[in-house]
Design a protein around this ligand. Structure first.
Ligand code: SF4
Ligand code: SF4
Length: 204
């Protein structure tokens, strides 16, 4: 996978769970269509009367997730920004998503405002293969998320983590190491290690 393939996968799934933060700091979620993806950016729109619009205008932090039939998931965490050329973008979105014409016929489409996500972290997670596969990316000014677990030099080589790992993604060595692309982030190795040699990466 690469960044554009992840974004394209979201576009093909189209209906995504889309979370914002409300005026009380609580998460709010709803289904939102991804309308376009171009140049490593995601585009969507919403109407000016909706709570979703006001939450975006107050605090652009958003999180999106979706899964396809093959149990492949994409998660995006980033910043949504309103686009200034409203008529251009809404007309373009309607050209690429013709079903929108039955929801917002004729001039009513201009109650919609276009938004773009250009700065974000993207995570691809494939539960449909064995072992599982994951990969992280950054777009715009954001770097890929550093999550999960790493084995430090305090490792004494006992092998307990490897024997307990449900994905068999720990390899021998000095120290032992985790194949990050196949790790569930379950934390079992962390809990089992007798030497406290496994460190959890910061959740960003
Ligand atoms: S359980 Fe801890 S000490 Fe033992 S091999 Fe794994 S990381 Fe090293
Ligand atoms: S977090 Fe879970 S899946 Fe990942 S290496 Fe540790 S035990 Fe294995």
């Amino acid at each position: 996978m690469n960044t554009q393939q992840c974004l394209q996968m979201l576009r093909e799934i189209k209906d995504t769970a889309f979370a914002t933060v409300d005026e009380n700091g609580f998460p709010q979620i709803r289904m939102i269509d991804i309308m376009l993806t171009e140049n490593k950016k995601l585009y969507f729109c919403t109407a000016r009367g909706k709570d979703f619009y006001h939450q975006l205008m107050r605090d652009g932090h958003v999180a999106i997730t979706a899964m396809n039939r093959n149990y492949q998931m994409i998660r995006v965490t980033g910043i949504a920004e309103k686009l200034s050329e409203q008529k251009y973008w809404i007309d373009y979105i309607f050209e690429e998503n013709t079903s929108m014409n039955s929801v917002y016929p004729n001039e009513s489409r201009y109650i919609l405002e276009p938004f773009c996500i250009a700065n974000a972290q993207i995570e691809f997670f494939d539960l449909g293969q064995t072992p599982i596969y994951r990969e992280s990316f950054g777009i715009g000014n954001w770097n890929a998320a550093e999550k999960g677990f790493v084995i430090t030099d305090s490792c004494i080589g006992c092998g307990k983590c490897k024997r307990n790992c449900p994905q068999q993604c720990i390899t021998d060595g000095k120290p032992y190491s985790i194949e990050q692309n196949h790790c569930l982030h379950c934390g079992l190795c962390f809990e089992k290690c007798p030497a406290n040699a496994i460190k959890k990466e910061c959740v960003s």
